[in-house]
Design a protein around this ligand. Structure first.
Ligand SMILES: [Zn+2]
Length: 309
């Protein structure tokens, strides 16, 4: 086993309203649940395991939530990497105009720098939707790596069905399906080629989100917590044979319906029905399984420095 990167997308609750096409505003108590409740839990989770992670931040959360800047600064001071997840988390980022795309990237970087003093070196697009034009902009803005590619057939199929079903119900999911050729992308780190994000060449470093087994099953927090500890442990045993693992979590993996007042969201986001203690135990076992077999935990930026010499 080689490198383990635990990465966390800090999508706030309003992002889940958008993706599920909910018209209702976010309830006041749960509006900042990711920054207020989930991040301290994740920081403790990582401290217990003795690891540092990479946190992907939505810039607007730092502007709209007066507590968020201090929470983020604390993470940065503890040695975690703070990376760019765009300014407003637009699922249709790849369909936007070129200037708007650039502004989504630079706006988020400016806010992160303002609150932490450090300019981010890594980028992840919302909803895993990227194309070469967007990543050219990421590259032009001096980033060391991108980590948006998720070559997972199960995920793409589920997303396609969900978007179609929402359309039939008259709900408007803000998500888009993206280019299915991403499924041909390598599952290990690679440099981007010029024929598509799935091709290799001499371009920007790509650190894909991990999939495991020849069926390319998703190795991400939501899937692992949904399958439960025994099955997740089996997948972790497969993953520990890989030279590089990018385990993608979300802030919401550390929240639950009952304890965090998110019952209304659980019918759209079934992972919220699983208790926080169960989810945390599953994720702890997954990370421990890999650490116990000698995996070296590090941030994505550190991994990029080791993998691409
Ligand atoms: Zn996101």
């Amino acid at each position: 086993m080689g490198i383990l990167c635990v990465t966390v997308d800090l999508d706030e609750i309003r992002c889940y309203h958008n993706i599920h096409g909910l018209k209702s505003p976010v309830e006041k108590d749960s509006a900042n649940a990711v920054y207020r409740r989930a991040i301290p839990r994740i920081a403790e989770f990582m401290e217990d395991l003795g690891i540092r992670g990479t946190f992907f931040v939505v810039g607007n959360d730092l502007i709209e939530n007066p507590e968020a800047g201090a929470v983020l600064k604390k993470l940065a001071v503890s040695g975690h990497e703070i990376a760019n997840h765009t300014m407003s988390h637009p699922y249709e980022l790849t369909l936007m105009g070129e200037q708007e795309q650039s502004a989504e990237i630079s706006g988020c970087a400016d806010v992160i720098e303002r609150f932490t003093g450090v300019r981010p070196r890594g980028f992840r697009a919302p909803g895993y939707n990227v194309h070469l034009g967007l990543l050219d902009k990421v590259s032009e803005q001096g980033y060391a790596y991108d980590s948006s590619v998720f070559p997972c057939p199960t995920y793409l199929a589920a997303k396609t069905v969900a978007i179609g079903a929402k359309g039939m119900l008259g709900l408007e999911s803000r998500s888009i399906i993206g280019d299915p050729r991403v499924l041909m992308a390598p599952t290990r780190p690679y440099r981007l080629g010029r024929e598509g994000i799935w091709t290799t060449g001499n371009g920007l470093c790509e650190l894909p989100i991990s999939v495991v087994t020849p069926a390319r099953l998703p190795f991400i927090g939501t899937s692992l917590t949904m399958m439960g500890k025994p099955a997740a442990t089996l997948l972790a045993r497969v993953a520990r044979r890989m030279g590089f693992v990018n385990l993608e979590l979300h802030g919401i993996d550390f929240l639950d319906a009952k304890g965090d007042g998110l019952g209304y969201l659980a019918k759209h986001q079934p992972d919220l029905k699983i208790s926080l203690s169960k989810k945390t135990a599953t994720l702890r076992k997954v990370v421990k399984t890999m650490l116990d077999s000698g995996a070296q935990a590090m941030t994505l930026h550190e991994a990029a420095g080791k993998v691409f010499i």
